[in-house]
Design a protein around this ligand. Structure first.
Ligand SMILES: [Zn+2]
Length: 385
């Protein structure tokens, strides 16, 4: 050791850990000194473990299978590549194989199944899956909860429950999760927001005589259970699938029974169709045109869609007695379609049959039947000429 001369400050080695002060000043000696002290290695190891643990909690591990959906709104709402049933089977089989720590991946698969079940019309199953995603896991990520509420909104729309759908959408909006989801929420909100709609055809502007709601003894509608109609851009034609007589009293009774069924059994705000045409060609006013109808399937199919139902069963081969659309009915249908298309700027090429709007899956239909479908196609082809 170098002796300290009088008047000189004693120099202490900076490496207080050092066990061999005389050698401390060479790099090799410093390294030996560190290596010899296990305390530092322990701290380093503990730090690494903490970092690794928190990384596992905060970073999503890559998807087990890239073919599985991720927790992204466009992924969840993507069209089905093959069939919904096949995809649901595949996802149900994949679900138990996803490790527990991949919570986001599991939530994505469950929500995708819910979306597919909604499309198939299995709304109860879809709702059960969504409830599981929303309520079951308090530690779930906000993104998963937000998307679960978004899927719930689609189920409510399919059930024709606009008030509940609005609530679900508000819950979804409370969680911020990416521009794509925010865009989806904004457009869904816009669809639910009341807008000023061009007025429904009136007697003075429509060449077709219309039997107004008051004339057939309509019950009061429930506006809170309906969604305002956006500017209509298509028309869907239906048949009532029931043999019908031309008698006006019987017709009014029948229309009232439709309304009762739609409101009391199905919980809708009013009769589902905007117009009905009886056997004598009278056009009967159904749901007011300022409200979105409930006739074409789910809430999305009903958006901007005017529903016209011709009374009668035009599909042979059913239990119900069959009949052909009367000439007067066809004439009134053509007049009404032309009039609506003039008033609302709907191209005649956008007139569809119910079967064209809803061709597959549960709820798939042959409506408006074999005897009316060719007429609707013919009507439409005039618009494309
Ligand atoms: Zn139909």
């Amino acid at each position: 050791m170098v002796p300290v001369r009088p008047g000189e400050i004693e120099r202490t080695p900076p490496w207080t850990c050092c066990r061999a002060p005389p050698d401390c000043y060479t790099p090799q000696a410093r390294w030996r000194a560190y290596g010899g002290n296990m305390r530092y290695w322990r701290w380093l190891g503990a730090g690494l473990l903490v970092a690794l643990f928190s990384a596992c909690r905060t970073i999503d591990l890559p998807a087990m299978d890239p073919s599985l959906p991720s927790l992204h709104v466009e992924d969840l709402l993507a069209p089905t590549a093959s069939s919904a049933t096949r995809e649901i089977d595949r996802l149900n089989k994949a679900l138990p194989r996803i490790p527990r720590h991949q919570r986001e991946q599991r939530a994505a698969v469950v929500l995708r199944i819910a979306v597919l079940q909604t499309r198939r019309g299995n709304l109860r199953d879809a709702e059960r899956l969504v409830r599981r995603s929303i309520g079951g896991h308090p530690s779930s990520r906000p993104r998963a909860i937000g998307l679960a509420w978004f899927v719930q909104h689609r189920i409510d729309m399919a059930r024709d429950r606009p008030v509940a759908a609005r609530g679900a959408l508000e819950s979804a909006a409370r969680y911020t999760f990416g521009p794509a989801a925010r865009r989806r929420i904004a457009s869904a909100r816009a669809a639910l927001t009341p807008r000023v709609v061009r007025p429904a055809p009136t007697k003075s502007t429509t060449p077709v005589a219309i039997v107004r709601r008051g004339s057939w003894g309509s019950a009061a509608a429930r506006p809170r259970a309906m969604v305002p109609m956006e500017a209509p851009d298509r028309i869907t034609v239906h048949h009532s699938a029931m043999w019908t007589s031309p008698d006006l009293v019987t017709t009014c009774k029948l229309v009232r029974s439709f309304q009762r069924y739609h409101m009391n059994q199905l919980g809708w705000g009013d009769i589902g169709y905007h117009y009905l045409i009886d056997r004598t060609g009278k056009v009967i006013e159904g749901r007011e045109l300022r409200w979105q109808g409930a006739h074409a399937g789910d809430g999305i199919a009903n958006q901007r869609n005017i529903g016209i139902c011709l009374l009668g069963n035009f599909q042979p081969g059913t239990k119900e007695r069959v009949q052909r659309p009367s000439t007067k009915q066809l004439y009134s249908l053509e007049l009404l379609v032309t009039s609506l298309s003039d008033m609302h700027g709907i191209p005649v090429a956008s007139v569809f049959t119910h079967a064209e709007v809803h061709p597959k899956g549960p709820g798939a239909t042959k409506c408006p039947g074999m005897y009316l479908t060719p007429f609707v196609r013919q009507l439409r082809s005039r618009g494309t000429q």
